[in-house]
Every structure is written in structure tokens, then in C-alpha cells.
Write a protein that binds this ligand. Structure first.
Ligand code: ATP
Ligand code: MG
Length: 160
């Protein structure tokens, strides 16, 4: 898959364990989430072409959703990235309530927000667009009761 042209200019060679997991400063921005444990792990290759800001926006949107879903004092979120020859995969799992079946297939649509006050429903739509602009994609792998798992796939597309 090819990275879209307009994105090529903004790509830089960066280290995944600093970029995709560029730890959103959740507790600083949203102090009410300070009791939530967020763990980051990276294994494998550490280089590829990314738009660092774009990728950080994606991770931030998903981690914030997870924070909004988990219990404030026993919430756990795990962000794991794996760098391989063909690309980078990032999984983001939480121990929140999951997403009801009928809502699951709608979550990437703009303005779909469910179960919270004040959500505009744009976070995942924006995340999907950024991933696709990179030639990658975002998947909701599971969302049964007690956990939700999003997976980001990013090809190590050459800039040329
Ligand atoms: N980790 C999660 N656990 C439970 N539900 C989730 C999770 N992530 C997303 N959702 C569901 O997907 C919906 C859409 O998420 P999205 O980020 O697009 O919008 P939002 O969070 O409601 O609003 P915004 O991000 O624009 O403030 C959420 O309203 C929520 O119902
Ligand atoms: Mg959101």
C-alpha cells in the first residue's frame, strides 16, 4: 500500500517507541484520570516513516477514550507497539465495559458518540483518517464486556 502523496512531505524518520507511544500527557491534561494505570511497551524494530504529530493524535484519541471508559481508580490501559520489517502494529487495550454490539460497527463514523456526556464523536473518525492517510488502518479487534482492544497497523512505507 502506498502512503498518500500529501502525507509524504510531512513524514520523518522517527523512533516508534517515542512516537506512536508518545505518551499523551493524560494526567496533566485531564487530572481526573490520574488514578488510571497506563503502560507502554515496545518491541522490535525502531525505525520507519511517520507523521509524528498525526500518529500521536491517533494514540491520544484512543487512550483518552479508554480513560473515559475505565473505572477511575482501577482502570488499566496497555499500549503495545511491535516494529517489524513490513510495518508497525500498535495495540491499545483497556479494562473498561466494552462497547455494545450494535454500536461497534458505528464507532468510526463521524458524530457517533455513545454512553458519555459531551462527546462529539469525532475522535475515532479522525484517527481512522490519519491511519488511512499513512496507508495504514485502525481496527476494533474486540469489545466484549470487560475489555476493549483497538489495533493500529502502519506500513513502513518508503518516503520516495
Ligand atoms: N475504549 C472504549 N471503551 C468503550 N467505548 C469506547 C471506547 N472507545 C470508543 N468507545 C465508544 O466509541 C464512541 C466513539 O468514540 P469517539 O472517540 O469517536 O467519540 P467520543 O469519544 O464520543 O467523542 P470525542 O472523541 O469527539 O470527544 C464513544 O462515544 C464510545 O461509546
Ligand atoms: Mg473520543
Amino acid at each position: 500500500m502506498k502512503t498518500k502523496d500529501k502525507y509524504k512531505k510531512s513524514l520523518s524518520r522517527t523512533v516508534p517507541d517515542q512516537t506512536p507511544t508518545a505518551r499523551p500527557r493524560v494526567a496533566a491534561v485531564r487530572p481526573e484520570f490520574r488514578g488510571i494505570v497506563i503502560r507502554y511497551e515496545h518491541e522490535g524494530l525502531t525505525e520507519g516513516w511517520f507523521n509524528p504529530r498525526g500518529l500521536q493524535q491517533v494514540v491520544t484519541n484512543i487512550v483518552l477514550n479508554a480513560c473515559e471508559a475505565v473505572p477511575p481508580s482501577s482502570g488499566r490501559i496497555e499500549v503495545k507497539s511491535v516494529g517489524r520489517q513490513d510495518g508497525l502494529e500498535i495495540s491499545i487495550a483497556d479494562n473498561g465495559p466494552g462497547i455494545p454490539e450494535p454500536v461497534r460497527q458505528l464507532v468510526f463514523q463521524p458524530f457517533v458518540s455513545y454512553g458519555k456526556e459531551g462527546g462529539t464523536g469525532l475522535g475515532l473518525a479522525v484517527a481512522q483518517k490519519i491511519m488511512r492517510d499513512h496507508g495504514g488502518d485502525i481496527y476494533l479487534d474486540s469489545a466484549g464486556e470487560g475489555s476493549t482492544l483497538f489495533r493500529l497497523v502502519l506500513p513502513f512505507t518508503s518516503r520516495e
